[in-house]
Design a protein around this ligand. Structure first.
Ligand code: BGP
Length: 464
């Protein structure tokens, strides 16, 4: 049984939906110069083939979109603030009032429908200036710029927003230093990546401190990319390999939730000749300002082997294909039970409330004429995916795990983070925009729209 105040909703990120990349005094962010997502190199300036520059024009159409979310009965909307709308370069003292006003209007509109905003402070959209001038979180200075930004929005939206997430998928920084850490330089060594990790973790803890100081109502969570890792075979070498990958991921939540680097971190660094630069107060800050809840994205699991090379594709990380699972059109392996497993693993380790901040199926959709003469998409495959995952959430709740919400990723079609395509659609709402940038930007309800609306209305009681 889902708790009565379960936060049913959807999730989006500013850089993937807002567009209007220069409107209202916004500065450039790294997303504005990554036309191929992580599939290709960044460009020196925004280029026309970058779909994120227009996105789905949420900046101008948020009222229409929020109305549709409200019609589905959303209790929550996970969204991000584009840091570069508030601080166009990232290192200014004074915020950009127009940027602040925009989010005032978005939050007011959410609250009008009793939709609780859950706000990510940094979702793959570091201001470009900070990336180029400071190499993002590789520099210690960026900690202060980030905390100043966080304090500014905590003050401004006090009373409107109480759920906050610090860094989206913080553990992806080891694989994607530009996307996740705003590190502009090429060839980022493992030592530099880990140094940036430390800076993000300290920034996250300082943000928790600031958030709690500014309002006792604030509930501040971390956000990680959850990735159950199964040993490929029962060979103990494969089991150890799976454990090592787990350790690399748990490193982040261990610090953010427990407040200290885990016992295995010292050896891990020594083996890689990493010498972390830590300031005297850092460890105390990490210890004293842990998060209130844990959120994570879940799309897939992977298999790990010591001897066989990875052959799968995946959400920023890839492993070996699991012969027992099917894959999405983008090669991500579909594993609903892995979500129950992830929830249990996480709860077992931390006993903190969990929020599923992202989950969904990226698929090619075909717009067809509906019975009522309005175009729609018959996305039964998406309904099946979501139903199976939600059944497993329910199982985890029966297991005793405390789950506070589920925000389906890309509740309205938006630009993909990894490939920057629009044809990789996740939404309950179809947006008429294509990979070549053509399209009317009109919104159409898919079949899954009605389905999700019924799930929310029944508080998940109709999933079986
Ligand atoms: C996560 C990101 C999201 C989102 C999602 C789906 O990694 O936090 O921003 O995009 O994955 O990935 P993609 O858009 O690459 O299909």
């Amino acid at each position: 049984m889902f708790q009565e105040d379960f936060l049913w909703g959807g999730a989006i990120a500013a850089n993937q939906c807002e567009g209007a990349y220069l409107a209202g005094g916004k500065g450039l962010s790294i997303a504005d110069v990554m036309p191929e997502g992580i599939a290709g190199p960044p460009t020196s300036e925004p280029t026309e083939n970058n779909l994120k520059l227009v996105g789905i024009d949420f900046y101008h159409r948020y009222k229409e979109d929020l109305k549709l979310f409200a019609e589905m009965g959303f209790k929550a909307l996970r969204m991000s603030i584009a840091w570069s709308r508030i601080f166009p370069r990232g290192d200014e003292e004074e915020p950009n009032e127009e940027g602040l006003k925009f989010y005032d209007s978005v939050f007011d509109e959410c609250l009008k429908y009793n939709i609780e905003p859950i706000v990510t402070l940094s979702h793959y959209e570091t201001p470009l200036y900070l990336a180029q001038k400071y190499n993002g979180f590789l520099s210690r200075e960026t900690i202060d710029y980030f905390v100043h930004y966080a304090e500014t929005v905590f003050e401004r939206y006090k009373g409107k927003v109480k759920y906050w997430l610090t860094f989206n998928e913080i553990n992806s920084i080891l694989e994607e230093p530009l996307l996740s850490g705003g590190i502009w330089k090429k060839d980022v060594s493992i030592s530099e990546r880990v140094q940036a990790v430390h800076h993000e973790l300290v920034a996250s803890a300082m943000t928790v401190r600031a958030g709690h100081r500014i309002s006792t109502q604030n509930r501040i969570g971390c956000m990680v990319l959850a990735l159950p890792v199964y040993p490929y075979t029962s060979n103990p070498d494969d089991v150890m390999e799976a454990m090592n990958i787990d350790h690399k991921n748990y490193l982040f939540t261990d610090v953010q939730v427990r407040g200290e680097y885990p016992y295995y971190f010292k050896r891990w660094c020594e083996e890689r000749e990493i010498q972390l630069k830590v300031q005297s107060e850092d460890m105390q800050i990490l210890l004293n300002h842990t998060v209130d809840f844990i959120s994570f994205s879940y799309y897939m699991s992977i298999c790990a082997s010591k001897s066989v090379k990875a052959d799968g594709k995946g959400n920023l990380v890839s492993g070996l294909l699991n012969p027992y699972l099917k894959s999405s059109q983008w090669g991500w392996q579909i594993d609903p039970k892995g979500l129950r497993y992830a929830l249990n693993q996480m709860y077992d380790r931390y006993q903190k409330p969990l929020l599923i901040a992202e989950n969904g199926l990226g698929a090619k959709d075909e717009l067809v004429m509906g019975k009522d003469g309005v175009p729609t998409v018959e996305d039964d495959y998406r309904i099946d995916y979501l139903r199976e995952h939600l059944r497993q959430v329910e199982e985890a709740i029966q297991d005793g795990v405390v789950v506070i919400g589920y925000t389906a990723w890309g509740c309205i079609d938006l630009v993909s983070a990894s490939t920057s395509q629009l044809s990789k659609r996740y939404g309950f709402i179809y947006v008429d925009r294509n990979d070549d940038g053509s399209g009317s930007l009109m919104r159409y309800k898919k079949k899954s729209f009605e389905w999700y609306k019924e799930v929310i209305a029944a508080n998940g009681r109709n999933l079986h």
